[in-house]
Design a protein around this ligand. Structure first.
Ligand code: DGL
Length: 274
């Protein structure tokens, strides 16, 4: 196929903007479409089937917009839908199209960051239950012990802009305490949900100075740079116009008002239906 198009970046809501932000820093020359399924977020507590169906709808939508490369900037979709999309839904279609997630790049990188070989993973219920991080990290860093903690309230708090309230901070502190009580050797914590960089300061405060807290954005952007460097066929399929369009399934004005917290620039989105 000889068409070119933007890179599609998808998340259930606002969280993927923390990944897009790093793409725009590292790879500003490309065109992007960001799609947030805010009307149906959060995905974290939904079943495998529903997350798969919603993610497939989003992917189809972005394909119709001309995207030749789509990044699922959502751990929940990456954990619950990516494999089925790659291995079943899209298998016999256009062989030059690619869909990538955020779990693989994170697990390829995070293992080397721990001195104690004990890593804490904070994620949505769906991501944690899928065990994707445990399974993938065991492949890349068999020595690493993975301690997981589901934080089912964090995305709803962030999507409703309540993460800085006293109750929001208390919820975060409680989940951190539960994680740390599981193993005292944890020296590195991965924020395995693209929404969580918004609460990174609360997390840092709760864990103290001796534990490093890592966001995925820079890791995923770095891996995408590397991927595009190695894949000329994909590079040639991406349009270079230095543009970024924003689409949401929610009200556009609501999206624009909240999105600036995640991406430090003014945003004018369009409301779409999938
Ligand atoms: N940002 C999504 C993730 O990385 C949030 C999922 C949700 O909607 O609960 O998992």
């Amino acid at each position: 196929m000889n068409t070119i198009g933007p890179i599609g970046v998808f998340d259930s809501g606002y969280g993927g903007l923390t990944i897009l932000q790093e793409f725009l820093k590292e790879l500003p020359e490309y065109d992007y479409i960001y799609l947030g399924d805010n009307a149906r977020a959060p995905y974290g507590n939904r079943s495998f089937e529903v997350v798969h169906d919603f993610t497939l709808e989003a992917v189809r939508f972005l394909q119709k917009k001309g995207c030749r490369l789509i990044i699922l900037a959502c751990n929940t979709s990456s954990a619950k839908a990516l494999r089925t999309l790659q291995q079943i839904d899209l298998l016999n279609e256009d062989s030059d199209f690619r869909i990538l997630g955020v779990i693989r790049p994170s697990t390829e990188t995070i293992g080397a960051m721990s001195q104690s070989n004990c890593i804490g993973i904070l994620g949505t219920q769906g991501t944690i239950q899928s065990e994707s991080y445990k399974i993938e990290l065991e492949k890349f860093s068999p020595k690493i012990k993975v301690i997981q903690q589901a934080c089912p309230m964090w995305v709803p708090l962030i999507e409703s802009n309540k993460h800085n309230t006293d109750i929001g901070v208390k919820v975060i502190e409680n989940d951190i305490q539960e994680l740390l009580e599981q193993n005292k050797d944890i020296d590195t914590i991965l924020l395995a949900c693209t929404h969580y960089p918004l609460v990174i300061e609360h997390v840092r405060k709760a864990v103290g100075k001796n534990i490093q807290v890592v966001s995925q954005g820079p890791i995923v952007a770095n891996k995408l740079m590397d991927y595009l460097f190695r894949n000329e066929f994909m590079r040639k399929q991406i349009s270079k116009g230095n543009t970024c369009r924003f689409m949401t399934t929610e009200n556009a004005a609501v999206f624009d008002a909240s999105a600036t917290q995640f991406l430090e620039k003014a945003i004018r989105s369009t409301q779409v239906s999938l």
